[in-house]
Design a protein around this ligand. Structure first.
Ligand code: GLN
Length: 235
């Protein structure tokens, strides 16, 4: 399997993604420009990454313009055929705008850009991205966003819970989720989710910025290593 890292005007985590997947994980990676109409050369066994950044300057609404870019038609097709897609930060925002994931990312509750390390509680290990973790395991990695407040209505939240689609919630160092872990006002402290089928993942924190000892944090690499087990049946 190989990875395609989509590059939009304003993406700024694409090189970090390529570095982690290629240099640290030993994977095969190709960048894919947003103006392409197809994902030619990629199959259902390949994983498409939507990296973080400020696609189209975050004008209109984060991810709202990227969602109508040429390449997203191909990404939606890839996902609908069962292909894996992983969106990080701005990538998560784009996946929600595109309807590949439920809900939306709103401006942070405090109306400020938040850039700091956070703790994440692993909510499920039944999904490819988290399969090697322990239920409740706490990971540490940075967030860097202005529009990170995950919102969905009550019915959608009930579905996310019932279908085991919540991957991570913001928590304290010891794994508790309470008022002190309300980072940005997200519904139920949600930091990352997947679709019902389990082939589309999105999260606001940045695992690619926490993937080697030299940067002080390594938990993020676990998530990328898990993707090398595509398809889920291979786990
Ligand atoms: N690091 C990022 O991907 C930034 C995400 C987004 N543009 C925001 O500020 O909310």
């Amino acid at each position: 399997m190989k990875f395609g890292v989509v590059v939009f005007p304003g993406s700024n985590c694409d090189d970090d993604m390529v570095y982690v997947l290629e240099e640290l994980c030993g994977g095969q990676v190709e960048k894919v420009w947003h103006k392409k109409y197809s994902l030619e050369g990629f199959g259902p066994e390949d994983c498409i990454i939507l990296p973080g950044g400020f696609s189209y300057g975050d004008y209109l609404r984060s991810g709202a313009i990227a969602r109508i870019s040429h390449i997203m038609e191909a990404v939606i097709k890839h996902a609908n055929q069962g292909g894996y897609v992983f969106g990080i930060c701005n990538g998560f925002q784009i996946l929600c705008e595109a309807g590949l994931l439920p809900g939306v990312l709103l401006a942070n509750e405090n109306q400020k850009y938040i850039s700091r390390n956070v703790h994440l509680r692993t909510e499920t290990t039944n999904r490819l991205l988290t399969h090697s973790l322990q239920q409740g395991q706490v990971l540490t990695m940075p967030v860097a966003h202005g529009d990170g407040r995950y919102y969905c209505d009550e019915n959608t939240l009930a579905d996310l819970k019932a279908n085991d689609q919540i991957l991570f919630r913001y928590c304290s160092e010891n794994g508790t989720v309470d008022d002190t872990t309300n980072l940005n006002g997200s519904v139920d402290r949600i930091a990352g989710i997947c679709n019902e089928a389990g082939n589309v993942f999105g999260m606001m924190p940045h695992p690619e910025r926490a993937s080697e000892a030299i940067v002080g944090l390594e938990d993020g690499r676990i998530l990328f290593e898990n993707l090398f087990k595509i398809p889920m049946e291979a786990v």
